[in-house]
Write a protein that binds this ligand. Structure first.
Ligand code: ATP
Length: 584
C-alpha cells in the first residue's frame, strides 16, 4: 500500500469540519487497506506506531527533523528555520520547500516502509542513536512527494493534530468490517480489555466479529479502567445500590494498574501510560505482598513513613519525573492501597461480582506497612454511610467510593456506571463537583496578555456523538507561570478553524485541538443560550453553562480529552444542584 493514500487521508481530515466526514474517510481508508496492514494503518492514522501504553515515542524533535531535511535538500538548516517561522509549521515548510526546489522523489514510499522506519526511529536508543534516527528518517524523506513530506514531518514531531478519538475509530472499524455501527459495542469491549486499537482491528479484519468476541485480558496490556458515577447524598446512594453497599475510602493519589508475570512488572496510569519507572519501590512492595501473577488496581499515595499518615496529593507530583532517584524515593515515599483485582494466575476475574473479587484480594494480599487494602465497610443505612464518610475525610481521603454488592457487580472495563458511586466532600456545596474540562479555544487577552489568549473556551465530552461541547469561558485562577505553561502546551496545537469534533456557538479568537484537560470549579451551573453542553436536553434552545468559573491549579495530565467530565454528568450535576437548593 502506498503512503500517498495515507497522506491523502490526512489532507481530507484536516479540511473537514464534521465528524461524519472523518468517519467516512476512515471507513474508506480501512476498506482499502490489505488485512495484514490494518493494525499499522490504524496506528498511523493517529500518528502512532503502537498503542500508547507501550510508551514508544519517536523522541525526534523539530531540530533533528530540520537537520534531516537540510541534508536531503542540500540547503542550510537556517533556510528551513526561516520558512518554518514564516509559515508557522514545519510540515507546511517542508512541503513548500520540496515544491519550490522541485525535489524529485527517488522511488515510491509504501506504508510498510514508513511504519518500519518510524518504529526503528522510536526504538533507537543509546550512543549514536541520534545520527541513526536521522539517517532512517532521511531514507523516508528521500522517497517522499511534497504532500508526503508534510505529514512525515508532522508525524515524527508528534504534531499531526488531527484529533481523531478512539470512539471514532471504533465506529469506523465497525462500519468498514461488519457493515454496521451497531457492532461497535462488541469491538469496544475487546478494546476495553486490551487498550490496543491496532490489535483489535487486526483480529476483526482477519477473524471477523466472532474472533473479536474471543479477545482476552493479557498481562502486560492495560485494561481500560472502570469508572464511578457520582451522587450527593447517602440516602440516594443506598437507594440506587439496593439498600446496601461496600463503602470504600476514596484516596486522593494516583490510580495505578499493576501487572505481574513472574518477575516482570508493569504499572499503568489512569490514562494507560506506562509508568513502571516511576514507582520502583511500589514494585518491590507488591512483589513481596502478592506472590502470584496478577492484575490489581490501587491508589498510590505519598505517606509519612513514621506515622503512616497520608501526605497531600501535590507531593505525589514530585514523582512524575523521567528518572526516579534515591532522593525521590526517600523524600516522597509511597504506599499502595489496593481496591480491585481483575486477573489472578491465568484467570480473568472481570466477570466475577465485586464481593468475590474483594474476597480474593483479601486472601491473596499479604499486608505490609506499604501495601494494604483500601479500608471498607459494608453499610445498609445512611447514618453509617455518613459516619464512614467523615472518618475517611478525617484520615485525609477525598470521600468514599460506594460499590454495588449485587450479583451483576462485574468489573466494567472502560465504563462509567452506577456499580461504583463516588461521594465526595465537594458534593455538599452548591456546585456538586469540580469539572474536568477540555481546552478547545481561546480569546485574546488585554494589557500584558494582548496578542495571546487571556481566557480559554472549555468543553465537556459527549461520548454518544464523540464531540466536545462548550460549558464556560475561563480566565480566572491562572498565575503568570500557568499562562506560560499553557502557551507551551497549546500553541503547537493551534488550528485555523474550529476542530470538527468541537460543538460551539461561540466564535473563539483561536481554536485548539482538543487535548488538554484542566480542573475547573465554579459557583453553579445555569441555563445558557451560548453554551452547547446539554443543548435542548434540559430546556428548549438552551444549554448549560458554568457561572464564575475558575481554574483550580490542577492540570489533569492523567486524563485524555475523552476522559473529561461528560455532558450527561453535567446534566446530572445540574439536576442535583437544583435538588440541593430546593431542599435547603
Ligand atoms: P476523580 O477526578 O473524582 O478522581 P476520575 O474521573 O479520575 O474521578 P472516577 O472513576 O470518577 O475517576 O472516580 C474514581 C477514582 O477514584 C478512580 O479513578 C481512582 O483513581 C480513585 N479511587 C480512590 N480510591 C478508590 C477506591 N477505593 N475504589 C475505586 N477508585 C478509587
Amino acid at each position: 500500500m502506498e503512503y500517498r493514500r495515507l497522506a491523502e487521508f490526512y489532507e481530507q481530515i484536516e479540511k473537514s469540519t464534521r465528524r461524519t466526514d472523518i468517519i467516512n474517510a476512515l471507513v474508506k481508508l480501512f476498506k482499502e487497506t490489505p488485512k495484514e496492514l490494518i493494525d499499522k494503518v490504524v496506528y498511523l492514522s493517529i500518528g502512532k506506531i503502537a498503542p500508547e501504553y507501550t510508551g514508544l515515542d519517536y523522541n525526534f524533535g523539530e531540530k533533528l527533523a530540520i537537520r534531516a531535511l537540510a541534508r536531503i535538500l542540500k540547503i542550510p538548516s537556517t533556510e528551513i528555520e526561516k520558512k518554518v517561522k514564516l509559515l508557522g509549521d514545519l510540515g507546511e515548510a517542508g512541503r513548500k520547500l520540496y515544491e519550490e526546489l522541485g525535489y524529485q522523489p527517488q522511488g515510491v514510499l509504501t506504508v510498510e516502509e514508513v511504519y518500519n522506519g518510524l518504529k526503528k526511529i522510536a526504538e533507537a536508543v543509546g550512543v549514536g542513536s541520534q545520527e541513526r534516527k536521522i539517517r532512517i528518517f532521511m531514507e523516508l524523506l528521500k522517497k517522499a512527494t511534497s504532500v508526503e513530506v508534510k505529514y512525515l514531518l508532522r508525524t515524527i514531531t508528534e504534531r499531526l493534530r488531527l484529533g481523531i478519538g478512539d470512539n471514532t475509530i471504533l465506529e469506523a472499524l465497525a462500519v468498514a468490517f461488519t457493515g454496521s455501527s451497531l457492532n461497535r459495542e462488541v469491538i469496544e469491549r475487546a478494546y476495553n480489555l486490551t487498550s490496543d486499537l491496532g490489535y483489535v482491528a487486526k483480529i476483526l479484519a482477519e477473524k471477523g466479529l466472532e474472533g473479536v468476541k474471543q479477545v482476552k485480558i493479557e498481562v502486560g496490556r492495560p485494561v481500560r479502567p472502570m469508572l464511578a458515577e457520582r451522587m450527593g447524598s447517602p440516602v440516594l446512594i443506598l437507594r440506587k445500590l439496593g439498600g446496601r453497599c461496600g463503602a470504600e475510602y476514596k484516596f486522593d493519589g494516583e490510580r495505578v494498574q499493576a501487572h505481574r508475570k513472574g518477575d516482570q512488572f508493569w504499572l499503568f496510569s489512569r490514562r494507560l501510560e506506562n509508568i513502571t519507572h516511576q514507582y520502583p519501590d511500589l514494585i518491590e512492595f507488591l512483589k513481596e505482598a502478592i506472590p502470584h501473577d496478577f492484575i490489581v488496581e490501587l491508589e498510590a499515595v505519598v505517606i509519612d513513613p513514621a506515622s503512616g499518615e497520608l501526605r497531600p496529593f501535590q507531593e505525589l507530583m514530585h514523582r512524575k519525573v523521567k528518572y526516579v532517584t534515591r532522593y525521590h524515593l526517600e523524600k516522597y515515599p509511597v504506599a499502595g492501597f489496593l481496591f480491585d483485582i481483575i486477573y489472578l494466575d491465568g484467570e480473568d476475574l472481570t466477570l466475577k461480582p465485586y464481593p468475590e473479587r474483594r474476597k480474593i484480594l483479601e486472601e491473596v494480599v499479604k499486608r505490609t506497612d506499604r501495601i494494604d487494602l483500601v479500608p471498607r465497610k459494608v453499610v445498609d443505612n445512611p447514618e453509617d454511610l455518613e459516619n464512614f464518610f467523615y472518618q475517611a475525610i478525617e484520615e485525609g481521603c477525598e470521600g468514599l467510593v460506594c460499590k454495588s454488592l449485587a450479583p451483576n457487580s462485574i468489573y466494567q472495563a472502560g465504563k462509567r456506571g452506577f456499580l461504583w458511586i463516588k461521594y465526595k466532600r465537594d458534593y455538599k456545596s452548591v456546585l456538586a463537583d469540580t469539572l474536568d474540562l477540555v481546552v478547545v479555544g481561546g480569546f485574546l487577552g488585554k494589557g500584558q496578555r494582548s496578542g495571546t489568549f487571556g481566557s480559554l473556551l472549555m468543553a465537556c465530552y459527549d461520548p454518544e456523538s464523540d464531540t466536545f461541547k462548550t460549558v464556560c469561558k475561563v480566565g480566572t485562577g491562572f498565575t503568570e507561570d500557568d499562562f506560560k505553561k499553557l502557551e507551551e502546551i497549546l500553541n503547537p496545537r493551534k488550528l485555523d478553524h474550529r476542530h470538527p469534533r468541537v460543538n460551539s456557538i461561540l466564535e473563539a479568537d483561536m481554536w485548539f485541538e482538543p487535548y488538554l484537560v484542566l480542573e475547573i470549579t465554579g459557583a453553579e451551573l445555569t441555563l445558557s443560550p451560548v453554551h452547547t453542553c446539554g443543548w435542548g436536553k434540559v430546556a428548549q434552545n438552551r444549554g448549560l453553562g458554568l457561572r464564575f468559573p475558575r481554574f483550580t491549579g490542577r492540570y489533569r495530565f492523567d486524563k485524555r480529552p475523552e476522559d473529561a467530565t461528560t455532558e450527561q454528568e453535567i446534566i446530572e450535576m445540574y439536576r442535583m444542584q437544583r435538588k440541593v437548593r430546593v431542599s435547603s
